[in-house]
Design a protein around this ligand. Sequence first.
Ligand code: ADP
Ligand code: MG
Length: 253
Amino acid sequence: MDNTVLHVADVHKSFAGLHALSDIDLSVKEGETHAIIGPNGAGKSTLLNVCIGRLKPDTGHVVFDGENLTGRAPHEINQLGVVRVFQTPEIFPDLNLLENVMVPILAKRDGSFKLRWFRRFWSEVDVRKKATDILEDLGLGPQIQSLATSLSRGDKRRLELAMGLAQEPRLLLLDEPTAGMARHDTNATIDLLKKIKASGMTKVIIEHDMHVVFSLADRISVLAGGRIICQGTPEEVKNDPRVKEAYLGEEQV
Ligand code: ADP
Ligand code: MG
């Protein structure tokens, strides 16, 4: 058996006649960092939404860890260990960082989470310790008691990542982790993601910034007009004339 964790097979998705995704075939192996790149409107977010169950493909299917995800609800897919971070800010602005990271730990453990139950579990030493460890690992240790709302944009992203890691993902999906970041924060995020990569976690990353992509990806799929036009190692993709063409008028690859 090969070690494929995620397999997207022959997926199509249209919106009112617009082919957002056509003939998508994609495999991600255990421990791999797989980048999905492509110009605006290429279908990247649609593909991610199909993987997490927010969108149902018109045809084709998505298999994760041997389980067919097609038609399953997002929370069921999440409970299988598929975690997406970054597209929408999902932090609790009025809780401190420690509390923010405790929420997904408790939610995972108890299957659901209601804020009113929160205080009851607050004293649980193991949950606090785990949340603290994750935050310290991501360099947020000094701000553990700060309210999430007080964080800089870059640190908010870091907190979202901490909340994602708290769910112990088997597959981490990152939607433009460095969007809107200054170069300094982007570099810090690359370092963090390299650290996560070293831990062996399987990741799919959508990213516009080629510096980020080429720093992290083991393999790259290039989407254009809803189709995968090229798949390969960073070197292969970089030198593919179809990719250069797809990006004409956009940034340089
Ligand atoms: P990307 O993330 O690569 O920029 P998207 O996946 O967001 O691209 O979009 C792919 C195409 O599908 C675009 O033409 C976009 O306008 C269209 N699209 C995406 N979501 C919807 C939707 N919910 N309804 C209609 N069209 C959509
Ligand atoms: Mg998008």
